[in-house]
Design a protein around this ligand. Structure first.
Ligand SMILES: Nc1ncnc2c1ncn2[C@@H]1O[C@H](COP(=O)(O)OP(=O)(O)OP(=O)(O)O)[C@@H](O)[C@H]1O
Length: 325
């Protein structure tokens, strides 16, 4: 049966590398597709070179299962980045996860709809692994929902368009994200929404590789991840990302997770029952026909009927709310 992903807020603390480690260069950026190895640095494209010792921590941005994310500054240029750090003392799964995350994120380094990857670093002394990435100064959609309230249709069309452009880019590279949810969609002050956190993503060997594992956040999983035979049989991870986007949009509109009553405590059995056997989640009255249809196209229980990212990008809901038309 599925593994439920328990959120742990570990109090991981990682000092940035000591001056003695400064001989390790943290080049920014150079093309590479390799994952971090011992003593390694990897970077995204050619350009400046910075050293770990040139980076100063400013504040903690957040904690997750995978580690701690810091806001950091390059002391020489004053450029601001986000640095995700996983300590060597973390469990083996977490360490494996950050290496996969590094590899996949480095392959997805040049889309304006994906949080930009700038490089990674593995300390030979401590074994800690860090990923340097673009700093998204408005936080996540989850925090925006909590602080600013629900999103209107025009804002959701913008969110949907940005995320679909990101998914289109990833899916074309055989990458399935597997954890699309408000907490993993980051926003900057230009109001751009970008996909982040590749901690449970998967690089498919072939386009239609079945995606068998049950990683990701249980609440946003599609019905066929629990019961592939009942919902489309030939399950693939691309359609599951679209389901998660549909639920995310519903949550941002309604202000609470749509498969549970407001205030109801989520538990795995309730969620699985609601996802597989409950009514298909839908919008309340008062929304436009285009928005309702868009969400329905994302949330078709049969995975084979669910629209793909390129199809959804042409949906009337996005066309109607496109500021450029
Ligand atoms: N690029 C970024 N810019 C700004 N803040 C960020 C960035 N990346 C992550 N954060 C902040 O750090 C928090 C934790 O990040 P992230 O989700 O990547 O960690 P994680 O360990 O993979 O978490 P989980 O797997 O539990 O979702 C985010 O919720 C967000 O608040």
């Amino acid at each position: 049966m599925a593994l439920v992903r328990h959120r742990r807020h570990l109090n991981l603390r990682l000092p940035l590398p000591e001056p003695s480690e400064r001989c390790l260069r943290f080049p920014l950026p150079q093309p590479t597709t390799t994952a971090a190895k011992s003593f390694s640095t990897t970077a995204a494209s050619s350009g400046d070179v910075i050293f770990p010792g040139d980076i100063e921590k400013l504040e903690v941005l957040g904690h997750g299962n995978g580690g701690t994310v810091y806001k950091v500054r390059d002391k020489r240029t004053s450029s601001i980045y986000a640095l995700k750090v996983v300590q060597s003392s973390s469990d083996a799964t977490t360490r494996r996860r950050i290496k996969t995350e590094t590899e996949i994120h480095s392959r997805a380094a040049d889309s304006p709809y994906v949080v930009r990857y700038h490089g990674s670093f593995e300390s030979p002394l401590s074994g800690d692994v860090a990923i340097l990435m673009e700093y998204m100064d408005s936080g996540t959609l989850e925090t925006l929902l909590k602080t600013k309230g629900t999103f209107d249709e025009a804002s959701l069309a913008k969110v949907a368009r940005d995320v679909l452009n990101g998914l289109n880019y990833l899916h074309a590279r055989n990458i399935v994200h597997r954890d699309i949810k408000p907490a993993n969609l980051l926003v900057n002050s230009k109001n751009e929404v970008k996909i982040g956190d590749f901690g449970v993503s998967k690089l498919m060997c072939r386009t239609l590789d079945p995606c068998k594992s049950y990683v990701g956040t249980c609440a946003y999983m599609s019905p066929e991840r629990f019961d592939p035979d009942a919902y489309g049989g030939n399950y693939n991870g691309y359609a599951a990302d679209i389901w998660s986007l549909g639920l995310t949009l519903l949550e941002l509109y309604m202000g609470h997770f749509p498969l549970l009553q407001e205030g109801q405590r989520p538990d795995w059995a309730t969620l699985m029952w609601a996802i597989c056997f409950g009514e298909r989640p839908s919008l309340p009255g008062g929304v436009s026909a285009e928005f309702r249809d868009f969400v329905e196209c994302c949330l078709k229980k049969e995975s084979s009927e669910r629209w793909t990212a390129p199809q959804l990008l042409t949906h009337p809901f996005l066309c109607k709310n496109d500021p450029e038309t």
